[in-house]
Design a protein around this ligand. Structure first.
Ligand code: BMP
Length: 218
C-alpha cells in the first residue's frame, strides 16, 4: 500500500498505458476521468485495470434516475469505484450507492473541491455533504489536499468510517505528507507524475514522502 492514486488525465491511449505500467508499483489505484475517456473511449478502463483498480471520476451530478443509468454504465465498463458530486442531494447519492452495491463497487463523494473556487460555494456546504455521505453509507470522500485543515475538520466529522482521498498535491500546491497527517487515507496525484520527465521517479519520491510521514519522520 502506497497511499497514492494516480490521476491519469492524459489524452493519448499509448501514453496512458505506458505511464500506468511505469508507475504501477507506486500507486494503489488509477483515477480515470473525462479527459482520457472522451479522448480514447470507455474501453480504456478495462485496459488500465490490468495495472491497478480504477476509480472512474465522472463527478456524477444528476437526478437519481440519470445517476443510476450513468453508474450502471461505469461499472459495466469495469470500474471499481465511481466519484459523484454530493451537492445534488441525498436521493441522487442514494441512487449511485444502490447501483454500486448491486455491482459490489464503491462510491466516493466530493464534499468540497481543491481549487480556489472550491472555497466559494462548496466549502460552506462541505461539512453537510460529508455528514450526508456518511449517513448514506458511501465508501469515501474526496477532500482537498490544498486545505489540509479542511481535511482535518472533515475527518473529525465523519470519524474513521469513510476513506478520504485527496487531490491537489503538487501542481495545485498541496503537500502529500501534510494531507496524510491531516487524516487523508490516499493522495491523488496527476500532473506532478504524468508531466514529470521521469514519472516513475516522481511517483517514487512522493511515495517515499508519504512513507516517512507514516513512520512519524515527516
Ligand atoms: P493534478 O494533480 O494534476 O492537479 O490532478 C488532480 C486531479 O484530481 C484531477 O483529475 C482533478 O480533476 C481532480 N480533482 C481535483 O483536483 N480537485 C478536486 O477537488 C476534485 C478532483 O476530482
Amino acid at each position: 500500500k502506497t497511499r497514492m492514486i494516480l490521476a491519469l488525465d492524459v489524452s493519448d491511449r499509448e501514453e496512458a498505458l505506458k505511464i500506468a505500467e511505469d508507475v504501477s508499483e507506486f500507486v494503489d489505484a488509477i483515477k480515470v476521468g473525462y479527459p482520457l475517456v472522451l479522448a480514447t473511449g470507455l474501453e480504456i478502463i478495462r485496459e488500465l485495470a490490468e495495472f491497478a483498480p480504477i476509480i472512474a471520476d465522472f463527478k456524477v451530478a444528476d437526478i437519481p434516475n440519470t445517476n443510476r443509468l450513468i453508474c450502471k454504465q461505469v461499472f459495466e465498463a469495469g470500474a471499481d469505484a465511481v466519484i459523484v458530486q454530493g451537492f445534488t442531494g441525498r436521493d441522487s447519492l442514494d441512487a449511485c450507492i444502490e447501483v454500486a452495491s448491486e455491482y459490489r463497487r464503491d462510491v466516493f463523494v466530493v464534499s468540497e473541491m481543491s481549487h480556489p473556487g472550491g472555497a466559494e460555494f462548496l466549502q460552506p456546504v462541505g461539512e453537510a455533504i460529508a455528514r450526508m455521505a456518511s449517513e448514506a453509507g458511501a465508501f469515501g470522500l474526496v477532500a482537498p489536499a490544498t486545505r489540509p485543515e479542511r481535511v482535518k475538520k472533515i475527518r473529525k466529522i465523519i470519524g474513521d468510517k469513510l476513506t478520504i482521498i485527496s487531490p491537489g498535491v503538487g501542481a495545485q500546491g498541496g503537500r502529500a505528507s501534510d494531507v496524510i497527517a491531516a487524516g487523508a487515507d490516499w493522495v491523488i496525484v496527476g500532473r506532478s507524475i504524468y508531466k514529470a520527465e521521469l514519472p516513475k521517479e516522481a511517483a517514487s519520491e512522493i511515495a517515499a514522502e508519504i512513507e516517512a510521514e507514516l513512520r512519524g519522520e515527516g
